[in-house]
Design a protein around this ligand. Structure first.
Ligand SMILES: *Cc1c(COP(=O)(O)O)cnc(C)c1O
Length: 368
């Protein structure tokens, strides 16, 4: 049996990509906002149904430069149940992360716990659409308006989703996507910020190019986060197929549900009303007391069979050793509970349904 990894990058046909990059051998224009970059940006605007898009080298730089562009101070409320990138973007901007607990069903920021964390130092909220589960955007917006806070969504998991027919990238002041190879949609490495405000766009455009304003003026301490032409070309190609990819992911998710729904001690991810899902991840919570086997036992059993599941997100970012116990993990008990029990199962468009059957058999076999 060949090994099954937790994910497998989507790629266009080789010829399709070759055709897309061919003209780069004529222009010799490889980066710095070339034709591929500009076309990919326009294609994304349409597909994501958003006003403005600024491409970046990766999702992390999208987060980091958005925080910088908004000129934030003090504290940013976020969640620890996320990838290192979210918290790091805050800390690397000299801001203080304040950790809000998550909702036990969607795994996203629990807005009922948000208001208590707001102080006169709070400048923004950075929630995460975890596993493609949409945050409670309505309630977060209400609170943000009341306290005049900025909202920056980490939308790395939410590519192509809509809520009530609106693109997910249109919520908040900005939404940051990742096009990393392991995501639903990739440009090898890449990312983008979606937003409404044109002045934010100008600031992002300059920050991704060292803060260069004109030939003789550098007006901000920017970074280098320009997406190159080869990545943009990959994005253009993959975007043509993303709907098909998502529907094949949906078939995999349905197969998992068919096998695992109703098993005592397992909590499966719930579909959200009015959200068009991208089927980014298939997380399962293993409640050892009821299921009989722990998350780690299942993880190891799968590993022995050549199947790569992932403890995603474990550990919580507020326990990372780089933060030297600066944060108290007991302030986010739901996140702690989930992170100790969750496993995301292999999920990608090419995963064949017989392999899903086999994975589920192994999981069921762990039940005691
Ligand atoms: C992948 C990811 C990022 C970072 O994106 P990169 O493109 O890898 O830099 C940020 N946040 C979350 C939740 C992610 O999953």
């Amino acid at each position: 049996m060949p090994n099954i990894l937790v994910t497998r990058s989507s790629m266009p046909g080789m010829q399709e990509y070759m055709d897309e990059i061919e003209e780069l051998w004529e222009s010799h224009w490889l980066t710095n906002m070339g034709t591929k970059h500009l076309k990919f940006q326009e294609d994304l605007k349409k597909y994501l149904m958003v006003d403005q898009v600024e491409l970046m080298t990766n999702g992390h730089m999208a987060l980091e430069l958005t925080l910088q562009a908004l000129n934030l101070q003090g504290e940013v409320i976020t969640t620890p149940f996320t990838f290192a990138s979210t918290t790091h973007a805050i800390v690397r901007n000299g801001l203080t992360p304040v950790f809000c607990d998550i909702d036990p069903v969607t795994y996203t920021m629990d807005p009922n716990k948000l208001e208590d964390l707001i102080t006169d130092r709070t400048s923004a909220i950075m929630p995460v659409h975890v596993y493609g589960n949409l945050c409670d955007v309505d309630e977060i917006e209400r609170i943000a308006r009341k306290y005049e806070l900025r909202v920056i969504y980490d939308a790395a998991h939410a590519f192509g989703e809509t809520y009530r027919g609106k693109g997910v990238g249109s919520f908040g002041n900005a939404s940051c996507f990742s096009f990393h190879a392991t995501k639903v949609f990739n440009s090898i490495e890449g990312g983008a910020v979606c937003f409404h405000d044109e002045s934010l766009g100008k600031a992002l455009y300059e920050l991704k190019n060292f803060g260069i304003h004109g030939p003789e003026e550098v007006c901000a301490v920017g970074a280098n986060a320009k997406m190159n032409e080869f990545c943009a070309a990959m994005g253009i190609c993959n975007l043509r197929h993303v709907e098909d990819e998502i529907s094949r992911r949906q078939a995999v998710v349905q197969r998992y549900r068919m096998h695992l729904e109703g098993i005592e001690g397992l909590q499966l991810n719930q579909a959200q009303p009015e959200v068009k899902s991208n089927y980014a991840y298939f997380p399962v919570i293993f409640e050892e007391r009821i299921f009989g086997a722990s998350r780690s036992e299942v993880f190891e059993r799968l590993e022995k069979n050549g199947i790569g599941a992932r403890k995603y997100f474990y550990p919580l970012t507020n326990t990372f050793s780089c933060f030297h116990q600066r944060y108290d993990v007991n302030e986010t008990p739901v996140a702690l509970h989930v992170s100790k029990r969750v496993l995301t199962l292999p999920l990608y468009a090419d995963l064949c349904l017989q392999d899903v059957d086999r994975i589920c058999e192994i999981i069921k076999d762990c039940k005691r």
